[in-house]
Design a protein around this ligand. Structure first.
Ligand SMILES: Nc1ncnc2c1ncn2[C@@H]1O[C@H](COP(=O)(O)OP(=O)(O)OP(=O)(O)O)[C@@H](O)[C@H]1O
Length: 289
């Protein structure tokens, strides 16, 4: 039995007259402690896929299971980090993380909560911003708060929806290493969405492309067999890394090209109609008896 599983899952939105089928027949089996990266184009349904895994949405068809049990609703075992940060604007950085920590660890004393929150804030290098509200933070800082909040909940499964997309290259590299370290030390299972092939290749055990929507589905996975720890400084001279990166990129480019060609084929052919001059008819005198 797979640990986390999407079994023939389909979902769409809208009424029958104006329906968008977003995901169709999606199958994915994630092993315990595995790190899976899902890579795809904008709008293909990646966030929808994450919401299904987190139990925030239910599929129209198929099942999403954790340990063989259908995920009927969100819960602390599945920690999702949203792309849009989703921080509470009236709470400080500390307050946002504290709220989540108190929900997941109600047995913690005030001192334990404080120590726990500060540990994760420190991890994402935001200690100086502890008492700031979200509107006082940059996009990248908000993304780090959101990441710290998800990590602080210590869920069994980390569902990360483009967790590092708003960060500069340096901070991004630091947090990539941090996520890998947490995943390795705490033996969590990670499903991460990214649109960065380098990032997926550096971090994941397996890269699974999501095809272009509507009716997107998961394509065949690319296993990443590079030894860990992966030395980012030397990756660009590692022939295995370069080959895999090129293969994934080529696949994505090919998929994009195919989708464009399909769209071109689907374009409606307009009839070759020449306008007639009806003004002459209109100018003719009308016979009124
Ligand atoms: N609740 C909803 N109601 C209607 N349509 C929706 C809903 N959620 C998603 N969609 C549609 O589903 C499609 C996929 O959206 P989704 O956000 O999952 O894509 P994505 O790959 O995460 O995009 P991006 O990378 O741009 O965030 C889009 O066409 C979107 O408009």
């Amino acid at each position: 039995m797979a640990y986390l599983e999407l079994d023939n899952v389909s979902i769409g939105f809208g009424p029958p007259s104006n329906r968008t089928e977003v995901l169709t027949d999606v199958n994915l089996s994630v092993e315990e402690n595995e790190f899976v990266a899902i890579i795809g184009f904008s709008g293909s349904g990646k966030s929808t896929l994450m919401s299904l895994l987190a139990g925030l949405q239910q599929p129209d068809k198929g099942e999403v299971r954790l340990h063989g049990t259908v995920i009927g609703q969100p819960g602390p075992r599945l920690g999702i980090m949203f792309q849009n940060y989703s921080l509470l604007p009236w709470l400080t950085v500390f307050g946002n993380i504290e709220l989540a920590v108190r929900q997941v660890f109600p047995q913690f004393s005030n001192a334990q909560v404080k120590e726990h929150v500060e540990r994760y804030v420190e991890m994402v290098s935001l200690t100086p911003a502890l008492e700031k509200n979200p509107h006082e933070l940059s996009g990248g800082m908000r993304q780090r708060v959101s990441l710290a909040r998800t990590l602080a909940m210590q869920p069994e499964v980390l569902l990360l929806d483009e967790p590092l997309s708003a960060l500069d290259a340096l901070t991004r590299a630091v947090l990539q290493d941090e996520i890998i370290r947490i995943w390795e030390e705490d033996k969590r299972t990670v499903v991460m969405i990214t649109n960065d092939v380098d990032e997926a290749t550096l971090m994941a055990d397996r890269i699974v492309p999501l095809t272009i929507g509507p009716r997107a589905t998961l394509a065949e996975a690319f296993p990443v067999t590079l030894e860990r720890p992966r030395d980012r400084a030397n990756l660009n001279t590692n022939p295995e890394f370069m080959k895999l990166k090129n293969n994934v990129t080529r696949f994505l480019v090919g998929m994009n090209q195919e989708s464009k060609e399909l769209q071109a084929d689907n374009s409606v052919q307009m009839p070759d109609i020449k306008p007639r001059d009806f003004t002459a008819v209109a100018r003719r005198p009308i016979n009124i008896r």
